[in-house]
Design a protein around this ligand. Structure first.
Ligand code: P53
Length: 476
């Protein structure tokens, strides 16, 4: 009983939130670089405010981030010390193709990741690679309008051909697009989409989503052709919806919210546009332009496993007053009166993880992989950089327990668990450093001050024990 013998314990990061080195090694500028911290962040990430380059009035946290570009050896060593079986990281697309539309890749960028993968192998750590975690070369944004253009499919295909061949034997687990449903909520950060006056926003988003879905199927095809050992997953920002009341309208509202997210995974895992999505698009006047062969591609190349992030459950309602209070968040949700929340208002619901896992497993009947989960909190280090983060241990142990229940009690097939931001990094939602998830503290603040020194938190030793006992001993 308990987790698989080969359960993949580890942690997760994304290139743009930790690497920095934005102009080093021949790297080109990307959408994720020009996203500032502060009040303009939300308008920029949602594609409403145009910011295609840096200006002097804003601070751009991704430029340096935690400078993993120069610290990766030291960081992987710490992951190994915790006993990581896997490390989830993403590739900076513009490191490998600085402009995005070149035919030949940038050797320095390719080599950078190759060295990282080799270092992982040295410690017996299996890399889990997100091909794109929100990033898109700025040149593709400016010249083609990013994913609104069909041409992006070809550029992405080119990237996939290069990386699957180059990293054959080094990488086996791949995710095509991080939180593919993010395109609906943060279209510039998630897919490089910027909207001009008069754009039909919904139309643009779903057309871009179609391009990503086709690109994802092509990636899956190439991955399997290049190496039959390759395992490809989709990636959903998950979190099941609860109805605010048993009122049938509230229940129905929850179903519809869920379908908005499931849509992507339904295509990637079942291989076709679900009936409800076709009807909804027709109602909204959205016409997705498909090319000949798209349907066959989607059907023939479905994913091997379902990965997802889980931070919280969500609540659906039809009450206009409650709906009023939800505006402004990336994933709008009504407050659940039965749950406590983090300092950033994210509601904490371990049982919700078990519920979400069951919903996904019932629906797809494919192995699951939890590739993000964790608590973003303010940490106060002592003079040695040590943080007593019992709150984080508490959050994680309850979630691991819930996922153990899903495996033990419900029979869900779970491949692994990577906590988000295993080392402190820049927040995607807010751009803050102050919102920390790590087992490893990084000395850097919201304005970019600090020595970048790494130090272990209390949770470091706790997680080490959890991994060593394959999730049996969760005590603090
Ligand atoms: P942060 C919400 C908002 C932005 C990104 O988020 C999100 C979510 C939650 O699903 O997605 C993931 O940094 C994402 C990571 C991100 C993490 O959630 O706002 O894949 O890049 O850092 C946590 O606290």
């Amino acid at each position: 009983m308990g987790f698989r013998k080969d359960f993949l314990w580890g942690g997760a990061t994304a290139a743009n939130q930790c690497e920095g080195g934005y102009n080093e090694g021949g790297r080109g500028l990307a959408n994720v670089d020009v996203v500032p911290i502060g009040e303009d962040r939300f308008p920029v990430i949602t594609g409403k405010k145009k910011m295609f380059d840096f200006d002097d009035e804003h601070f751009y946290p991704a430029k340096e981030a935690i400078d993993m570009y120069h610290h990766w050896k030291e960081d992987i060593k710490l992951f190994a010390e915790m006993g990581f079986k896997t490390y989830r990281l993403s590739l900076g697309w513009s490191r490998i193709f600085p402009q995005g539309d070149e035919t030949e890749p940038n050797e320095e960028g390719l080599k950078f990741y190759e060295d990282i993968f080799k270092e992982c192998k040295k410690y017996g750590i299996e890399p889990l690679v997100t091909i794109t975690h929100f990033d898109c070369p700025m040149h593709l944004v400016e010249k083609y309008g990013a994913w609104r253009s069909r041409e992006l499919v070809g550029f992405y295909e080119n990237l996939c051909n290069v990386i699957f061949n180059r990293y054959k034997g080094l990488v086996k687990y791949w995710l095509t697009f991080n939180e593919i449903n993010m395109i609906l909520h943060a279209p510039f950060m998630g897919a490089g989409l910027y909207f001009e006056e008069g754009d039909n926003v919904e139309q643009v988003k779903y057309q871009a989503a179609h391009h990503e879905l086709v690109a994802s199927a092509i990636a899956t095809k190439i991955a399997h052709e290049v190496d039959p050992e390759n395992q490809v997953g989709c990636m959903l920002a998950a979190g099941s919806y609860y109805p605010y009341t048993p009122k049938p309208e509230d229940v129905w509202a929850g179903r519809q919210e869920e379908r908005e997210n499931y849509f992507f995974i339904d295509v990637q895992s079942r291989g076709e546009y679900p009936a409800y999505a076709l009807k909804e698009m027709a109602r909204k006047g959205i016409e997705v332009k498909m090319e000949e062969g798209d349907k066959e591609l989607l059907k023939a190349h479905t994913v091997d496993f379902i990965s997802f992030s889980y931070y919280s459950s969500r609540v659906a309602t039809t009450d206009p007053e409650l709906l009023e209070q939800t505006a402004g968040n990336i994933f709008a949700s009504v407050k659940n009166p039965y749950l406590e929340a983090s300092e950033w208002g994210w509601q904490i619901d371990p049982l919700g993880l078990r519920i979400t896992m069951n919903d996904l497993y019932d629906r797809y009947q494919k192995p699951l992989f939890i590739v993000e989960n964790g608590l973003g909190a303010v940490d106060t280090p002592d003079e040695n950089g040590y943080v007593e983060d019992d709150y984080r241990i508490d959050y994680l142990s309850k979630h691991v327990e819930a996922m153990r229940d899903a495996v033990d009690q419900d029979g869900v097939d779970l491949l692994g668990y990577t906590t988000w931001g295993c080392i402190d990094l820049v927040s995607a939602g807010t751009g803050e450093m102050k919102k920390r998830y790590g087992f490893i503290y990084v000395d850097r603040d919201n304005q970019g001050n600090g020595t970048l020194k790494r130090s272990k938190k209390k949770s470091f030793d706790w997680y080490k024990k959890v991994i060593a006992t394959n999730g049996e001993d969760l005590s603090n």
